[in-house]
Design a protein around this ligand. Structure first.
Ligand code: PMP
Length: 297
């Protein structure tokens, strides 16, 4: 496998960054996780928009245009001969000294890893996930905005660890007011009376690309009423169906929240229809950018 770092592709074991990179020292940087399906990079432009927006918010100049980045992401896929891939794009603050001062970091670093996707086994989609609520709260907009996809994931990682230790698959984080925000690496939805609900951005969530697609498909393909709504845990417990969305997870049903069985304890019919609609949609030309059709620069 070859990894792109600042203008060059390196063999995996030669792909190294400096210990003085503030991405390493402080988690100072931003990233994206992207999938490609049969060589088509799913919603690549939306992912790059979010990456550049996150970078701007943390005063980070990405030393490359979006168009160039788009081409290099495609090149990373081609170089590794991949069709179904998971692509990780990182922009770190770059090499500085041991202090916090970002002005000492002269140039941001760009890293692109294109690897085979580790799919959840089909069994997980059939069985559904169990969730628990973490005691950690989603950092709110008065702190580091949850809309910034930064390299600071420790809050989410610890929430996920808490879930794993309780033998659950994912952790739900509430916001400071106790409203449901999202999971450690996924957005959350529920269905009640054929209506689809998900928390609005202001509650404190990452604006997931899969979330956006699930909302679009729910409305257009399944004809559901789709609403962004603030809700609490009891509203989730009494949902007909619950599911989570994310680039890695795609769309997966949820069967238990904090020990409460959701619906009849199996992924629900609407969730299943949405998963099917999603799987059809990723194959369509509108779903993204063709990695093997763009010309090399
Ligand atoms: N929330 C968080 C905190 C995440 O890390 C992710 C994964 N990037 C998501 C939601 C889902 O976002 P997306 O659908 O864009 O992958």
């Amino acid at each position: 496998m070859k990894v792109y770092i600042d203008g060059q592709f390196y063999e995996k074991n030669e792909a190294k960054v400096s210990v003085f990179d503030h991405g390493v020292l402080y988690g100072d940087g931003v990233f994206e996780g992207i999938r490609s399906y049969n060589g088509r990079v799913f919603r690549l432009r939306e992912h790059l928009d979010r990456l550049y927006d996150s970078a701007k918010a943390i005063l980070l100049d990405v030393p490359m245009t979006k168009k160039e980045m788009e081409e290099i992401v495609c090149q990373a896929i081609r170089t590794n001969g991949l069709k179904d891939a998971y692509i990780r794009v990182l922009v770190t603050r770059g090499v500085g000294d041991l202090g916090l001062d970002m002005r000492k970091c002269l140039k941001a670093s760009i890293i692109i890893i294109a690897d085979k996707i580790q799919l959840y086994p089909e069994e997980v989609y059939n069985r559904g996930l169990t969730l628990m609520v973490s005691h950690l709260r989603r950092v709110g907009p008065t702190q580091l905005s949850p809309t910034i996809k930064s390299l600071n994931y420790l809050n989410n990682i610890l929430a996920r660890a808490e879930a794993s230790r309780a033998n659950c698959d994912e952790a739900i984080l509430l916001n400071e007011q106790g409203y449901v925000s999202e999971c450690s690496g996924d957005n959350i939805f529920f269905i009640r009376d054929n209506k689809l609900y998900t928390p609005p951005v202001w509650v404190g969530i990452l604006e997931g690309i899969t979330r956006m697609v699930a909302m679009e498909l729910g409305e257009k393909q399944l004809g559901l009423h789709v609403e962004e709504k603030v809700f609490t845990l009891p509203q989730l417990y009494r949902a007909d169906e619950v599911f989570v969305t994310g680039t890695g997870a795609e769309i997966i049903g949820v069967i238990k929240v904090n020990g409460r069985v959701i619906g009849d304890g199996k992924p629900g019919p609407i969730t299943k229809n949405l998963i099917a609609a999603f799987r059809d949609y990723v194959k369509t030309p509108e779903a993204g950018v063709e990695a093997y059709q763009t010309a090399a620069v």
